[in-house]
Design a protein. Structure first.
Length: 229
């Protein structure tokens, strides 16, 4: 290899390395954890005709590490002294048409409670990500720095929530099921008329974090992604 060829070679290699590093740094949608929720809709097709299905979430542990740790630990069941927190056996307590599905009240179960692994609440992290697509999962709160355990799943984009609620993940599997839940009748307070229960759940850290592409982030259908846990 001549001197000019060597120069060109090293310039190209250096440029490619820089691009790879820059892409890694700029990816705010890196899935570091995977969580799954097994959910049952009681009497979906009539008495004793329950519907069983699963949500699989990808969690952005690099962008929202405090929030993801809280969510992952409660998904697996968190115990500390007299505190026991678990999403298992809680219910989906709120469904708003064309907007969201809310769950995660691990204390009272009706949407008035919730608690974090850090105490009753924890502070907001940086509002880096947008509520820009269906399938976004974001923390429910009742004001600034009041995150607990409740969260919601968006049925469509809602950018007006940006800067008020913290996005920490994306639904990977379960979009058809999400729409079935969204279609269930609700009462005047947006509580579903059928009992929708999280019967089991858990989370795992992925072996190799995966950065979602733009098309995957915008998807409103199940996302084909190779995640190894």
């Amino acid at each position: 290899m001549t001197t000019p060829e060597k120069y060109i070679f090293f310039v190209v290699v250096g440029f490619l390395c820089l691009c790879n590093v820059q892409a890694e740094v700029e990816c705010n949608h890196t899935v570091t954890h995977q969580a799954w929720f097994d959910i049952v809709i009681k009497d979906y097709d009539g008495p004793a005709e329950d519907l069983h299905d699963r949500f699989v979430f990808g969690l952005y542990g690099k962008t929202a590490p405090v929030t993801v740790l809280n969510f992952a630990k409660i998904s697996n069941g968190y115990k500390h002294r007299n505190t026991k927190l678990h999403y298992k056996n809680t219910k989906i307590h709120r469904v708003v048409v064309d907007f969201l599905i809310q769950m995660g009240d691990v204390t009272t179960g009706d949407g008035t409670g919730g608690k974090s692994i850090y105490g009753d609440t924890f502070d907001d992290e940086e509002f880096t990500l947008s509520h820009d697509s269906a399938g976004i999962i974001s923390m429910a709160n009742h004001g600034k720095n009041t995150n607990g355990s409740q969260f919601f799943l968006l049925l469509q984009k809602a950018r007006w929530l940006d800067g008020k609620h913290l996005v920490f993940g994306k639904l990977l599997k379960g979009y058809d099921f999400m729409r079935k839940i969204a279609a269930i009748k609700t009462d005047a307070s947006n509580s579903p008329t059928k009992r929708i229960k999280i019967v089991d759940c858990g989370s795992e850290e992925v072996t190799k974090p995966v950065c979602l592409t733009e098309s995957q982030r915008e998807a409103a259908t199940d996302i084909d992604i190779d995640i190894i846990v």
